[in-house]
Design a binder for this molecule. Structure first.
Ligand code: DUC
Ligand code: ZN
Ligand code: ZN
Ligand code: ZN
Length: 485
């Protein structure tokens, strides 16, 4: 097979920074060293050579709130590659009562057009014997070891605490990791109804319907339930101090809990909803909503200190036309924003560029940490011999102003419109294939492959010993119990 050499760059991994060339053959990294030669040379002088980004939270062509999210696997994975992301993990979403395996078939069909590698999380949208049984097949035969639960979206995707506990128990048994969308759906439903009744129908009411407390409560609850079930826990889209605090405390107590802030919550705040025209605010309606600067500071601090582990996007794009389904009733505005294409340049600019993150921390939170949590490291998330050649070569001097006109993503606007970013991909390789060459797209539709992920005996266990300590002991009793005891 012809080889490619990425020459004269500085390799940046989650723990090392050093100058070396990287030799790629047949989709893999085959050598790292000085003065390497290949059939094709990619000049990386002045650039950083990093593991390609992994976005563990996307919703491509997702049926949601009466429509489908506007980026599918074709445009979504192209957008990912354009922005230096070489693997996405999407959520397979069974309809209530639907077989998990049937839902997976739908996601298999959708994803054939992917240009970069991908994996799935399974969503647990209902509970019953069938789900309990099929979970084993999903884990053991389909290579999916992460299962998401929605504590919000009452009457649609939401699961109750009894279902949550049963599901977590089952996942602990299978060595899989539960994930939660942590917002108290009952309270959100009450607040939304009250706001509408009071005549607050505009998009800003969305933010009032989901205050940080609904997130903090649900995060605490999910952590406690996971602990009782003996399962670890991954909390998606941590947007506020209340939820971050719960995760910090859990970690301190020896619980294996991870938190994932989104690039949107890190860089956009609640002022996007107020004194703005309807379209502007509605385009930014997502759950959880954007918060104030203090919450943002908490998230940045968590990434630096390691109490938060991963930066994702929850990429779930809707066009302006789709957003307008909610004119007159904010609860009908499809929830979601894009970000897949902008995550890496935005985090580099606002994280590394401002001194809030080191380059190594940047690699950890955009790629390596999640590869470990998902149990696909070092196939993904690494610059190591034997790893997949999913590589981003970032030119720290290359800059642009983000604008919807130039984006790959299928949306007619961009929530980061006008932001100036410095640090853009010069090359992006997906399993050895150059998908971005000198900033120009040359991806191949259908190149992407599904990444199977085994349960990991170590990672997929809770550290807390609650379950063992409280395992029922037979209680010795003597005498005749009193009536009613
Ligand atoms: N939040 C969103 O904003 N969109 C998709 C699903 C979600 O949890
Ligand atoms: Zn969510
Ligand atoms: Zn989501
Ligand atoms: Zn500039």
């Amino acid at each position: 097979m012809p080889t490619k050499v990425i020459k004269d760059g500085t390799i940046v991994t989650a723990d090392l920074t050093y100058k070396a060339d990287v030799l790629v053959e047949d989709g893999k990294i085959i050598e790292i060293g000085q003065g390497l030669k290949g059939d094709e040379t990619l000049d990386a002088s002045g650039c950083y050579v990093m593991p390609g980004g992994i976005d563990p939270h996307t919703h491509l062509e997702m049926p949601f709130m009466g429509t489908y999210s506007s980026d599918d696997f074709e445009s979504g994975t192209r957008a990912a590659l354009a922005g230096g992301t070489t693997m996405v993990v999407d959520f397979a979403l069974p309809n209530p009562g639907e077989s998990l395996l049937d839902a997976l078939k739908r996601w298999d069909n959708k994803s054939t057009s992917a240009s970069c590698d991908y994996s799935f999380h399974m969503a647990v949208t209902w509970w019953g014997e069938q789900v309990f049984n099929e979970m084993e097949t999903v884990v053991k035969e389909r290579g999916i070891n992460t299962f998401k639960h929605f504590l919000a979206y009452k009457g649609a995707l939401m699961v109750n605490d009894d279902e949550l506990y049963s599901s977590f128990m089952r996942l602990a048994e299978l060595g899989a990791t539960p994930m939660v969308h942590a917002e108290n759906g009952d309270v959100v439903a009450e607040l939304s109804a009250k706001l509408l009744a009071e005549g607050n129908t505009g998009p800003e009411a969305h933010a009032y319907s989901r205050p940080p407390q609904v997130e903090g409560e649900a995060t605490n609850r999910a952590i406690m339930i996971a602990d009782m079930a003996g399962a670890p826990l991954y909390v998606v889209h941590v947007s506020c101090e209340e939820s971050h605090e719960a995760i910090r405390r859990a970690k301190m107590q020896g619980k294996r809990v991870w938190g994932e802030p989104l690039i949107q919550h890190l860089t956009l705040d609640e002022s996007e909803y107020f004194n703005k025209d309807w379209d502007h605010a509605a385009r930014r309606v997502m759950s959880p909503p954007f918060r104030n600067k203090q919450h943002q500071d908490s998230l940045w601090a968590g990434l630096g200190s390691g109490t938060l582990s991963v930066v994702a996007t929850d990429h779930c794009a809707f066009t302006t036309e789709q957003k307008r389904y909610g004119v007159g009733d904010f609860t009908k505005i499809p929830n979601g924003t894009g970000g897949l294409e902008d995550r890496i340049p935005m985090l580099w600019t606002y994280g590394v560029g401002t001194g809030r993150l080191t380059m190594n921390e940047f690699v950890a939170v955009t790629s390596t940490n999640i590869a470990k949590i998902l149990n696909c490291y070092p196939k993904k998330g690494a610059i190591l011999v034997g790893a997949d050649a999913d590589i981003m070569v970032l030119d720290p001097e290359k800059e642009k102003t983000i604008t919807a006109d130039k984006q790959v993503s299928s949306i007619d606007y961009n929530v980061f419109e006008g932001k100036h970013v410095k640090g853009l991909p010069r090359y992006v390789l997906t399993r050895g294939m150059v998908a971005v060459m000198d900033g120009e797209m040359q991806e191949k539709q259908g190149h992407g492959k599904f990444v199977a992920r085994e349960p990991n005996a170590t990672v997929n266990k809770a550290l807390s010993k609650w379950k063992e300590l409280t395992a029922p002991q037979p209680i010795e009793r003597s005498g005749i119990p009193a009536t009613g005891v």
